[in-house]
Design a protein around this ligand. Structure first.
Ligand code: AMP
Length: 399
């Protein structure tokens, strides 16, 4: 995949044209109320820019996982209303993303209007990338703009199929996300570091293997660090660990050594006997974890050591928490390292890029999301990129 082949709509005359704009409106919602509008806020500039250039902007998105056709719970209605609020304008919702409903709404649009089409996943053809469904969607547009990086790991009708029918372009948020990942992995300022955490090694093996070949320092924390410590012969008591993956952990360490990648593991840990909020905890050296205790966070010496390594780096990619950050007091390691990263970023010595579901929640809890250089809106797509996979939605635009 040649990312240089990605085209944007810059310089394209979109006035009066029907622009099928794939956004990711799949935001958290409860009882018909959007609970986190971050993804909507991030597409607002792209939508406004197209509307200001006189395009008729027709927004497509999936929402949730509807099982059998349309249902109220998975309707984009409340999301379209919230989006309209952010855009400070009326955004009409077509009750179906294809067929007569959609055509009636689109035919009535004037240059500069924005409408949302109902959940693409109300049709089975979306996830199957069914040619008849793709053709029915394509009838509604003159050009296709994909601004949903976070859905680009799926080869669905609205992420991949449409590129075979319409002149296709990458939207501004798509470009932002790709440029951030390029800056971290493809053309980074060295030395580079990756902070990888989270529960298990088993779910991040491809990421760890890809990163040891790319970064200068790999900083490992969270439950997955326990398996690495155990593989080195340390006793981790009752901590979350995966003994079946000792071999994998050792292979990753050996590969890192061969590639000249420095692996930094925790040297101390916050331990507790119970996995619950407010549980009595203490800090111990990783060589001294009692048999009846669990490691639930990295300790202050680990944070200091990791920060010292980050001070030597120019670029950082972060995925995954350093501990069970959702439960106090086991978030402190993640939060402190995140704050140190934010300070280095503000001081201008570190380009910091973070992404992947839990990571953003952890940075939000630390109050530093706005102080990182870039925080991705993507979960699965971000992780697949870190694994070194081609994302079908991006590859289709770069064809
Ligand atoms: P992941 O989805 O793999 O990024 O894992 C995120 C989850 O890992 C979070 O819910 C954390 O609470 C959990 N986690 C991180 N460190 C630990 C740990 N030491 N013990 C148990 N769970 C942890």
């Amino acid at each position: 995949m040649n990312l240089d082949k990605l085209k944007t709509t810059d310089g394209i005359d979109v006035a009066g044209k029907r622009v099928l704009y794939r956004a990711d409106l799949n935001v958290p919602a409860k009882d018909g109320v959007v609970t986190d509008a971050t993804r909507l806020e991030r597409v607002v500039p792209g939508l406004q820019a197209l509307a200001a250039r006189g395009a008729k902007v027709i927004v497509l998105s999936h929402f949730g996982r509807p099982k059998a056709g349309p249902d109220k719970e998975n309707s984009l209605g409340p999301v379209a209303a919230t989006l309209g609020g952010l855009l400070r304008r009326h955004v009409s919702l077509a009750g179906d993303c294809i067929g007569q409903h959609a055509h009636t709404i689109v035919d009535a649009m004037k240059p500069g209007d924005i409408c949302v089409l109902e959940n693409t996943r109300f049709h089975k053809g979306e996830e199957k990338n069914d040619p008849a469904f793709v053709a029915a969607l394509a009838e509604l547009g003159d050009i296709f703009v994909n601004d949903a990086f976070s859905a680009a790991h799926r080869a669905h009708a609205s992420t991949e199929g449409l590129t075979h029918h319409l002149p296709s372009y990458a939207g501004p948020l798509m470009m932002e996300e790709i440029n951030a990942l390029k800056a971290a992995l493809e053309v980074p300022q060295r030395p580079t570091a990756a902070v990888v955490g989270g529960a298990k090694v088993s779910s991040k093996i491809p990421i760890l293997k890809n990163l040891v070949a790319k970064v200068d320092k790999l900083i490992i924390g969270g439950g997955m660090a326990n398996t690495f410590l155990q593989a080195q012969g340390l006793d981790v008591g009752k901590s979350l660990s995966e003994p079946d993956f000792h071999g994998t952990a050792s292979e990753i360490m050996a590969e890192a050594k061969a590639r000249g990648c420095d692996v930094i593991l925790p040297t101390d840990a916050v331990i507790a006997r119970e996995f619950k909020a407010g549980a009595a905890s203490e800090v111990v050296n990783v060589t001294n974890v009692p048999a009846d205790a669990m490691i639930l966070d990295i300790g202050p010496a680990s944070v200091a050591n990791m920060t010292a390594h980050l001070r030597q780096c120019r670029t950082l990619l972060w995925n995954g928490p350093m501990g069970a950050f959702e439960i106090a007091p086991f978030g402190e390691g993640t939060f402190t390292l995140a704050r140190e990263t934010a300070m280095l970023t503000k001081a201008g010595t570190l380009l910091s890029i973070a992404g992947g579901g839990d990571t953003v929640a952890a940075l939000n809890a630390a109050g530093v999301t706005g102080d990182f250089s870039y925080v991705s809106t993507a979960g699965g797509a971000f992780l697949e990129w870190l694994e070194g996979n081609q994302l079908p939605g991006v590859a289709a635009l770069a064809r």
